[in-house]
Design a protein around this ligand. Sequence first.
Ligand SMILES: *Cc1c(COP(=O)(O)O)cnc(C)c1O
Length: 394
Amino acid sequence: MTPDTTPGFATRAIHAGQEPDKTTGAVIPAIHMSTTFRQDGVGVLPGGFEYSRSGNPTRAALEECLAALEGVDLGGDPLPNVRALCFASGLAASDALFRSVLSPGDHVVIPDDAYGGTYRLVNSVLGDWGVTHTVAPVSDPGAFAAAAIPGRTKLMWVESPTNPMLGVADLSALADIAHAAEAHLVVDNTFATPYLQQPMAWGADVVVHSVTKYLGGHSDVVSGAVIARDPQLVERIAFHQNAMGAVPSPFDCWLTLRGIRTLAVRMERHCTNARAVVEALMAHPEVLEVFYPGLPGNQGHASALRQMRDFGGMVSFRVAGGSDRARAVCAGTELFTLGESLGGVESLIELPAAMTHSSVADSELAVPDDLIRLSVGIEDAADLVADLVGALSA
Ligand SMILES: *Cc1c(COP(=O)(O)O)cnc(C)c1O
């Protein structure tokens, strides 16, 4: 690595924010549990830290790493002023972002397919607070443009790929539309991770993550992040992070950094395994439809080809025989564990309509009741395929 070239993704994942400790030489960042930091004189902070809600060295290491992973242009070079701020969960991150940008009377555009908790936050919490929303399909930029209300629309929010239908948005088209409406484009990049897609390179102003999923990667930490690049916006979110205080613990930050070091190799394996699973599902007579960004018929496939390094580890499909049959398949696998969440090394299976997306039942975001969602893990692909085919053929 020469000083004048930007290190590649895997190098940044292992080194950004994680230089060996200057006093001890420790290669791995310490877990700084201290809540308070000694001052040299009143208000004189030798390391810049004062109190661990406001700032903590382990959290700062994670924030520096995330900013280095997301804040790049199309050539992979760092974008100026990018900062990451970490939170106690993905929803705490989203909440801090919403409350940093929105006031009563403002309006947001959200996707017609999204994590149920994001919709619940917008509809049931922000709604009571006087913020209105319009739902638009992620793969239809024209619908986002038409949904903008001049002077009131402050955020256009997309997931890409979406949860659980795996539609992909044309991020540069949406960035142009958001900016023409004087709104910020926010991309929930949880499914793609910065390894597969870097929304800021395509013009997004803000990236949010449920760090709980692929970034943590081992189903043992709940955490979230907002990454932004407009200095005033960053300041406001940082103010809210401290003022509202939904910060992750130092141990959570340390676990997340430990996960991120292997993000690149994990994602490659997730993608390879997902491809094998998709092929098996496409060939199975009990499967009606498969949703995966890598399939030519998938919503936004052309955008996925342009924007994504590969297509990820999330796969959804519909089975013949309706909701009861889908429930039986979910209960019938052995390696695929029936459970919510995603992005860990182990494979998970779930029924969105009754589980992760029960909060959008009967809304504009409702999902088919025979839809099964898989988080394809990094076990041996042949074992995963055999497990699924077994449950489908039972
Ligand atoms: C899980 C998830 C969230 C919410 O994150 P938490 O860490 O559970 O609060 C937001 N967006 C997407 C796409 C998710 O999958």
